[in-house]
Design a protein around this ligand. Structure first.
Ligand SMILES: O=c1[nH]c(=O)c2[nH]c(=O)[nH]c2[nH]1
Length: 301
């Protein structure tokens, strides 16, 4: 049976590009998920395997990162138009370029001492609680998940153990980003005690968590985690224990050297936002003298 090729397209999907622009101490973020899809004279690669008309998908990825650095990202629309025009006008066999972009919105963490580089991703986190009652006493563990935060500077990571498998370069100015999952245990246990104002407590815990994240000059995510927990325990008498599970959402500097582009942290850089694997930093912070009761694995709570 004869066959013919029908509609076809190709490209690199989901290029996660983060562009930081520095305006003195005030930083601006553009955080995009860019998918490139090209079509045109692509019969031969399907019929015979000749790649003569194929601009590699890898090249389309590089173009996204290089354009972010060279021309900046004014808006998703402007960036997409620029990319699409480039592919169609620079490659004769490419007739159509479709660029799809998702943009993730970030808000500044307000009132943070040095908040010009501290952001929380827009969209509500999920508030959680677990109540246990055995007829005599209460245990209330509340928490949140999906709270995404980023510091575009004031984060370093160096001085770590190096063995024969260590390749990580030391970082003196990196992005620190995480998606906070946290649980905290109240010391309210019996009906004789006045119960906390649950809503006020939640808002305050979240505020202290965000401010500690924003205001800590971080030498590791572990240190930041500890400060976040300690600040909650210090300010909220109703809470004795806080546990965190913090994925280290790595942002690697895009390698633009092959294109003659300097991609320096100091003057605003373009990052590749990796989704996996990720570092996973987990710990409990306790009021001194109190017992740890929140399970180690927060997915069980
Ligand atoms: O804050 C960090 N803590 C680590 O333990 C670690 N390990 C790593 O590779 N990068 C980082 N960053």
């Amino acid at each position: 049976m004869p066959t013919i090729l029908g509609q076809n397209q190709y490209g690199k999907a989901e290029n996660r590009v983060v562009k930081i622009t520095r305006d003195g101490a005030t930083h601006h973020i553009k955080d995009l998920n860019v998918s490139v899809s090209l079509s045109g004279d692509m019969e031969e690669v399907h019929y015979s395997g000749s790649n003569a008309n194929v601009l590699p998908t890898d090249t389309t990825k590089n173009t996204v990162y290089a354009f972010a650095k060279q021309y900046g990202i004014e808006s998703a629309e402007q960036f997409g138009i620029h990319l699409a025009r480039h592919f169609v006008t620079s490659q004769e066999p490419i007739r159509t370029a479709r660029i799809r972009i998702e943009e993730y919105a970030w808000e500044r963490i307000e009132n943070a001492g040095q908040g010009a580089h501290s952001f929380v991703r827009k969209g509500q986190e999920t508030r959680l609680t677990q109540i246990t009652y055995d007829g005599e006493g209460w245990e209330v563990v509340s928490g949140l998940k999906d709270l995404v935060v980023m510091n575009s500077t004031n984060s370093e990571f160096w001085g770590y153990v190096k063995d024969e498998y260590t390749t990580l370069p030391e970082a003196y100015d990196r992005i620190l980003a995480t998606e906070v999952s946290s649980r905290w245990r109240f010391n309210w246990t019996d009906d004789e005690q006045e119960a906390p104002d649950w809503d006020t407590s939640y808002e305050q815990v979240k505020e202290h968590m965000l401010r500690a994240f924003a205001e800590t000059y971080s030498l590791s995510l572990q240190q930041t985690l500890y400060r976040m927990g300690a600040r909650i325990i210090d300010h909220r008498d109703e809470i004795d224990e806080v546990r965190f599970s913090l994925p280290n959402k790595h942002h690697f500097l895009a390698d633009l050297e092959p294109f003659g582009l300097k991609n320096d942290t100091a003057d605003g850089a373009v990052y590749f936002a990796a989704d996996r694997p990720y570092g996973l930093i987990e710990a409990t912070v306790l009021r001194d003298g109190c017992e740890a009761r929140i399970p180690v694995d927060l997915s069980n709570l």
